[in-house]
Each structure stands twice: as C-alpha cells, then as structure tokens.
Design a protein around this ligand. Structure first.
Ligand code: SF4
Length: 233
C-alpha cells in the first residue's frame, strides 16, 4: 500500500502529538490517537492546554500516515482528537487512513459543521463522540465561544444521518449541576436522541486551561433525569 505524495495533503504541522496505543478511547478497538493542535473553544476545565494553545504542532498529516503504515495489522483504528480535529480539512487524510485499513473515530465539539458533514457524507467515519458542552444558556460561559448554533446543527445532522455516535458531557461541579444535565437530557430527547448519554466527571489535575480548582461538588445521581440512560464514566 503506497501513501500518496505529500502534495495531496496539507504540509502544515497541524498534529501536536500521537498516542501510539490505546484500548480505552475507542471501546473494543486497539487504536492510536492523533492529537490536532488548536481549538476554537477555551473550556476552563480543559486539561489539554498545551495542545489547545499551540499555533503549530510537530507533525504533518503525511508524517502520521507514514507512522500508520507501520501499524497495519497491529492496530485496527485511529482516533482523531485534539484540540479540535474538525478545525482542519481531513477528507484526503481520512481517505488515506481508510486505504490503510483502519477504522476512524472522531472526537469533536461539533462546531465545524461543514468539515464534519464532508467526512460523514463520504462515509469515512465509523464513530463520532460529540461533546455537548453545556445547555444553551451556559454554553458561552463554559466554552468561551458563542458557537452553540453550530454545535446544534451538527447534533441534528448526526441524528438524521444514521451515523454511529454518542453524546457526552464533561462535568465540573462548579460549572454544571444536575439541573443543567437534565436540561441537556430534555433537549436531546426533543431532538430524538434515544441512546446512552455519557457524563465524564472532571478529573482533578494540576494544569487546566482556566486554572480550575478541584471538583468538590459531585453530581447526585438521584437528582439526574431518568428519561435517558445516563452512564457516568
Ligand atoms: S475541552 Fe474545550 S478547549 Fe479543550 S480541546 Fe475540548 S473543546 Fe477545546
């Protein structure tokens, strides 16, 4: 299997790093993670500050493909994460990944609808993990971006596309409470989402983008809506 010449892909170093192996990020798959530099949000709890604030990464897409070629038969999937992977045009890159025989999972905040749409319509994605950052009334305060409508468009599109995907929310108790989660549940149901909704409690860490303190307020399970299956990871 040959990889197309570098000229068919962006020459920019947009990839910050590669995690060479994970069996956690894409359940039931052995995968590597491609971390894209930069993000259009500034979530205070983000623990990838270096990646988010990076203007440039360390690798080109071609570099990643050269690496992936050495993993054929050893891994079965590639996770595109970041930062925000969809900030970049990844059609040609994903075609090359597929040509090497890997599945593709995308982690996204959903605010680059066009790039997400192109990848989905080309049937290049096997699974999407979509972050629902906060209910509309708190979205800007938590993400420091006014991109709820773009996110909303992506969510509606994924719902009608038939794409295998999940919705998930990272929860820091100082930012979101049970009422906020229940607002999200109600919105998901209204749109037709009937799958598992995942909550990811903020993991205490020394460095976050917004210098968030420890997560002292834990969600009370009994106060969470039972209208959807909620799994706390
Ligand atoms: S947590 Fe927020 S700031 Fe960090 S990568 Fe995700 S969307 Fe970007």
């Amino acid at each position: 299997m040959s990889i197309k010449k570098e000229s068919s892909l962006s020459n920019a170093k947009i990839v910050y790093d590669i995690t060479k192996f994970t069996h956690l990020d894409y359940p039931n798959h052995l995968a590597c993670i491609v971390w894209f530099a930069g993000c259009n949000m500034r979530c205070g709890y983000c623990y990838n500050a270096d990646i988010v604030l990076a203007i440039n990464g360390h690798y080109t897409l071609f570099d990643v493909l050269v690496y992936l070629k050495t993993r054929v038969g050893l891994l079965d999937a590639v996770v595109l994460s970041g930062g925000e992977a969809c900030a970049h045009e990844l059609l040609a890159f994903c075609r090359e990944i597929r040509a090497l025989g890997f599945k593709i999972k995308l982690d996204t905040n959903g605010t680059y609808f066009e790039n997400l749409y192109v990848l989905c319509e080309a049937k290049l994605l096997d699974y999407v993990a979509l972050d629902y950052k906060a209910p509309k009334n708190k979205f800007k305060a938590i993400t420091h971006s006014g991109r709820f409508e773009a996110f909303s468009k992506s969510l509606d599109y994924l719902l009608q596309s038939g794409m295998a995907f999940e919705v998930r929310t990272t929860v820091h108790g100082d930012l979101l409470d049970e009422n906020d989660i229940n607002l999200i549940v109600d919105d998901l149901i209204l749109r037709g989402y009937d799958k598992t909704y995942y909550l990811q409690p903020f993991l205490d860490t020394d460095t976050t983008l917004g210098d968030m303190k420890r997560n002292t307020k834990k969600l009370e399970r009994a106060l969470l809506s039972e209208k959807l299956e909620i799994v706390i990871r």
